[in-house]
Design a protein around this ligand. Structure first.
Ligand code: PLP
Length: 358
């Protein structure tokens, strides 16, 4: 099995797993406590959460607070619904978590991208816009957006700026100038089921989930020390290994580009996270390709990452027609991928694609 779907999720880091076990049962069976209980065991679990909060804060700019949530989707819902800012403008390539939520709030306009999959930093934004949301790195084509400039412009026009940094967290520097930033642990080798929303100091939003008032009253519900401790260690590792991981990804990218020379790259080559390779090849039947290469885990480029079966609005937004979008695949790689795996996968995918052409 070769795993090349790092944009969908990443393998759990062994260090994060180890940290989680302590808070599932622990060596002496005392790791299960409710972190909101005032007794000694509760206080220990609470301390683990606060340590993780400091570690996760390392993925964000200075001058804000971290609210733990159950996922980035939940963090994004909290940001958009909790700020209820008013008319919004979002990039045409946002993840469904931003798109569907912003659209459900009413007046929502798209900021177009060019054929390389990038929003123009000086794109017109309608007067009266109260919320601008642009992602840091696109999950389908890996393109990096000019979020700092867009955040600056949003602030200047009196709008809030939300950045979905799910695919960039721990890989790129934290986006500066945003009011709200959403991330997800499982995209940087932490566990699934935990995310975070960062709020700039001074920004007040409303809660969506009411109850016990946890997470500064913004997200009621008992926190999971195991998931949060895992996220904390994964965040710390990402910070410590940022350069090393990036150098490794660069090597994998170079090799992958050579190995897949018969394919065309979707999205910018330079303004891109190089752990994402979204490729197309004229006439290839991607379902057949995936079935022929069953032990290689990769994605159909044309299917929305949510698995909803909706065609990709991202490939459409960069100008691909249905045929080109349907002939696209997405390969994602990172920390634990080897050069041999890239070569092996490329040989098999290329052979299967070539077999379709005879
Ligand atoms: N935003 C982006 C860019 C993503 O890639 C994803 C996950 O696919 C999400 C948001 C949602 O994250 P989560 O799985 O934590 O809900």
């Amino acid at each position: 099995m070769i795993y090349l779907d790092y944009q969908a999720t990443t393998p759990l880091a062994p260090e994060a797993r180890e940290a989680m076990l302590r808070w599932l049962d622990g060596p002496d069976g005392t790791g299960f406590a409710n972190p909101h209980s005032p007794h000694a065991l509760g206080r220990q679990a609470h301390a683990a959460i606060e340590l993780a909060r400091e570690r996760v804060a390392g993925l964000f700019p200075a001058g804000g607070r971290v609210i733990f949530t159950g996922s980035a989707t939940e963090a994004i819902n909290l940001a958009i619904r909790g700020s209820a800012a008013g008319p919004s403008a979002i990039s045409a390539i946002e993840h469904a978590a931003v798109r569907d939520t912003a659209m459900s709030m009413g007046d929502c306009r798209n900021l177009p991208v060019n054929s390389a999959g990038i929003v123009d930093a000086e794109v017109p934004i309608a007067e009266g816009t109260k919320l601008v949301a642009v992602m840091q790195v696109n999950n389908e084509i890996g393109t990096i957006q000019p979020v700092e400039r867009l955040a600056q412009r949003a602030t200047a026009m009196g709008a809030l700026f939300l950045c979905d940094a799910v695919q960039g967290a721990g890989k790129l520097d934290a986006p500066r100038g945003a009011d709200m930033i959403a991330i997800s642990a499982h995209k940087f080798h932490g566990p699934k089921g935990v995310g975070a929303l960062w709020l700039r100091d001074g920004l007040e939003i409303s809660s969506m989930i009411t109850g016990g008032g946890q997470e500064q009253g913004l997200r009621s519900g008992t926190l999971s020390p195991a998931l949060i401790a895992g996220m904390g260690v994964a965040a710390q590792l990402a910070v410590e290994r940022k350069n090393e991981d990036a150098a490794h990804v660069e090597q994998l990218w170079q090799r992958a580009r050579e190995c897949f020379s018969g394919w065309t790259l979707n999205g910018s080559e330079e303004q891109r996270w190089h752990g994402n390779l979204n490729l197309r090849r004229e006439g290839v039947d991607v379902s057949r390709l995936m079935s022929d290469c069953r032990d290689i885990m990769f994605s159909a480029g044309s299917a929305c990452a949510s698995g909803s079966g909706r065609p990709s609005h991202v490939l459409k937004a960069i100008g691909l027609d249905d045929r080109a979008a349907k002939g696209s695949i997405r390969l994602g790689f990172g920390r634990y991928t080897t050069l041999d795996q890239i070569e092996d996968a490329a040989n098999r995918i290329n052979a299967a694609a070539a077999a379709q052409e005879v």
